[in-house]
Design a protein around this ligand. Structure first.
Ligand SMILES: [Fe+2]
Ligand SMILES: [Zn+2]
Length: 483
């Protein structure tokens, strides 16, 4: 849609994720289009929701950097022009097909694209009811029945260019929808909205920039829920305000995403000072050094959430957060040889506890794990549950301690960690494999209600379920086609 800009004015939106600068273009046809820099359509939609706009769409589909992503919104009620519709239909219509038996692929031509589809791939991805079960989006054809030398006998364009049908050498007939086929780009097929999000590391300046969302919005609006999850992916730390100050709110939040990741602490757990806790130092009023949770699990929960229901009025009880990615990068820069040790030496973690169930969990792993490209992957660090045994040659022990201490120094570098008191009704959610959390000790009276002065409810989620919810919402908000 072309916009004839009658007026042009700029306004700034202050968002928790970043500062969006919006350009508002108002045309004489009472059509308003807004161009927004935002990490995704959902985030743009969330921050423009009160400005009477609907139907967000990406203006530039080839964007790869969140800082240069542009999105447009059309004013409510403004329909797509008939011309635009015609163009859209035209681009879905197959113009011609050619069999290329030398390369063993089918060439399909649209008005704006030429696709090449290997015969064996097409036969494997037949969309007929016999080979594919649409209600569960699953292939029912067996690999055992796939003939690698299969080739078309005839190819027919049907349904006014919206379908192509192949009669194969084995006698089978396969239909393919034009719009589905056109999306298949092989090595360039990448429609995963999660992969478009880059991770940004942060330091102490982040304390006033933590992406923040009202509880009611996250519970009732998909674009707010999406913004909250995107913040978790990008920054690894997000905040919710205005949650009810009662047990169970966290459970409801988990249900919005999927379900809680149960651990030996149960589906959810209450963090408060109790006498002689049997499972965690967190259930005392002592200081907790910055750590990641449950490093003794082979399969650790991806995200932790803490909901503050009661907070201590006096000093103490402040929460601390540090971006492990930032601290690891600093260690690598300043002490590459010590960084190297933490990426190679397995540190043992262990817990013997009684809680939801009795456990003896143990796992040895690198404190800093790198991916196949040598980039930061995760941190697994908790002095609280680091085992007394250390499986390294005795002459290397002091060097391992030197490395652990240097990492600790990077974590507690005043430029790297946040230190603030989470308030009642706030829920902090953080990437448990990236962001370390801790708390300052506080004092409690062990008599009467005094022992219950601070109460947080905790729960975990897994990334698989978060990513899944994000893809479903993305599909709903953007109408992304399923491959
Ligand atoms: Fe913890
Ligand atoms: Zn079939």
């Amino acid at each position: 849609m072309s916009i004839r800009a009658a007026t042009l004015r700029r306004w700034s939106l202050t968002s928790p994720l970043s500062k969006f600068v919006c350009t508002r273009l108002t045309s004489p046809l009472a059509t308003t289009q807004v161009v927004v820099c935002a990490p995704s359509t959902a985030t743009a939609s969330y921050f423009l929701q009160n400005r009477n706009f609907t139907s967000v769409r990406a203006a530039n589909s080839s964007w790869s950097s969140r800082t240069t992503g542009f999105f447009t919104q059309q004013r409510r009620g403004r329909a797509t022009t008939p011309e635009a519709k015609t163009n859209e239909v035209d681009k879905r219509q197959i113009v011609s097909t050619t069999t290329n038996d030398k390369c063993k692929w089918l060439e399909v031509t649209w008005s704006d694209y030429l696709g090449r589809y290997p015969y064996v791939w097409m036969r494997d991805n037949c969309r007929c009811d016999e080979c594919y079960y649409p209600s569960c989006h699953s292939r029912s054809m067996l690999m055992a029945n796939l003939d690698l030398d299969v080739h078309p006998k005839t190819v027919e364009i049907k349904d006014d260019g919206h379908l192509v049908e192949i009669l194969w050498s084995d006698g089978h007939i396969s239909p393919y929808r034009s719009d589905w086929l056109k999306l298949q780009r092989f090595d360039k097929t990448d429609y995963d909205p999660i992969k478009k999000l880059s991770k940004f590391s942060w330091g102490s300046e982040f304390v006033n920039k933590i992406p923040t969302f009202p509880f009611d919005d996250v519970m009732t609006k998909n674009d707010a829920l999406q913004g909250w999850m995107e913040g978790l992916v990008v920054y690894g730390l997000v905040k919710i305000t205005g949650a009810p100050c009662e047990l169970g709110a966290l459970n409801k939040l988990c249900q919005k995403v999927a379900f809680e990741r149960k651990t030996f602490y149960g589906p959810v757990y209450q963090v408060q000072s109790i006498f002689e806790p049997g499972s965690s130092l967190a259930y005392t009023a002592k200081s907790l050094g910055l750590h990641t949770d449950l490093p003794y699990y082979d399969y650790r929960p991806g995200v932790q959430m803490l909901h503050c229901i009661r907070q201590v009025e006096s000093r103490g009880g402040e929460n601390q957060f540090c971006d492990g990615k930032r601290a690891a990068e600093q260690l690598q820069r300043e002490h590459p040889e010590l960084f190297d040790i933490l990426t190679k030496v397995k540190i043992d973690y262990r817990i013997i506890a009684q809680d939801y169930i009795d456990v003896h969990l143990q796992k040895a792993q690198n404190m800093i794990e790198l991916d196949e490209n040598g980039e930061f992957k995760y941190v697994a660090k908790s002095d609280i549950v680091r085992a007394p045994y250390l499986n390294v040659p005795v002459e290397d022990v002091a060097k391992v301690y030197k490395a652990m201490k240097a990492f600790e120094d990077a974590i507690y570098d005043e430029n790297n960690f946040l230190d603030f008191k989470v308030q009642k009704g706030e829920i902090m959610a953080f990437d448990n494999n990236r962001v370390l959390h801790g708390r300052r000790g506080y004092s409690v009276s062990m008599e009467g209600e005094g022992s219950k002065s601070r109460l947080l409810e905790g729960a975990y989620l897994d990334w698989d379920e978060i990513y899944s919810r994000m893809r479903l919402i993305d599909e709903e908000l953007r109408g992304t086609a399923r491959l």
